[in-house]
Write a protein that binds this ligand. Structure first.
Ligand code: SF4
Ligand code: SF4
Length: 160
């Protein structure tokens, strides 16, 4: 489906997630669907949780049992293809890369957006994370209703 529309199907998205029971702890969701010569996700992981193999074109594979959700790969991915997901009670928590301005502020309500670019819900900005190794990528921690676990992908300001 992604080849025709540029948007992955729900099955493709779910294939990138671990079993929901594992998401009581944060895990990296790597939405890299096509073979490209790229590997910073793999080389940036301090726990060797991401494997690409000898052929740099291969799609990254993650061992969720090793991933701590530390977020290093989120900053490292040039394609903004990685986020961190966690569930607690009736909410899904995400850490997403965000490279637009303005940068949201903690406590604000932004719009939650799906992979088709449609607004699906309110998204509460939980915190803003900056990494000393990058001056471009901000990681935004955000929560949405848990029913959007496999739909939410990013945020949009209510003014846009
Ligand atoms: S979140 Fe951290 S531990 Fe998990 S794959 Fe990314 S870099 Fe590795
Ligand atoms: S760094 Fe990002 S774009 Fe490159 S292979 Fe890893 S997930 Fe895909």
């Amino acid at each position: 489906m992604i080849k025709q529309t540029g948007v992955p199907s729900k099955e493709q998205v779910k294939s990138k997630f671990p079993d929901e029971s594992m998401l009581v702890k944060p895990k990296a969701i790597i939405e890299c669907y096509q073979e490209i010569p790229c590997n910073p996700c793999s080389t940036s992981c301090p726990f060797n949780a991401i494997t690409i193999g000898e052929d740099i074109n291969q799609i990254p594979k993650i061992d969720f049992s090793i991933c701590t959700g530390c977020g290093s790969c989120v900053y490292a991915c040039p394609g903004l293809a990685i986020m961190i997901a966690r569930v607690k009670d009736d909410k899904a928590y995400f850490k997403i890369p965000y490279e637009q301005l303005p940068i949201p502020e903690k406590g604000e309500i932004w719009e939650g957006v799906n992979r088709k670019g449609e607004i699906i819900c309110d998204a509460l900005i939980e915190s803003i994370l900056r990494n000393k190794h990058t001056d471009r990528t901000t990681v935004v921690s955000v929560s949405v209703p848990k029913k959007y676990l496999y739909e939410f992908i990013t945020i949009r300001g209510k003014h846009e």
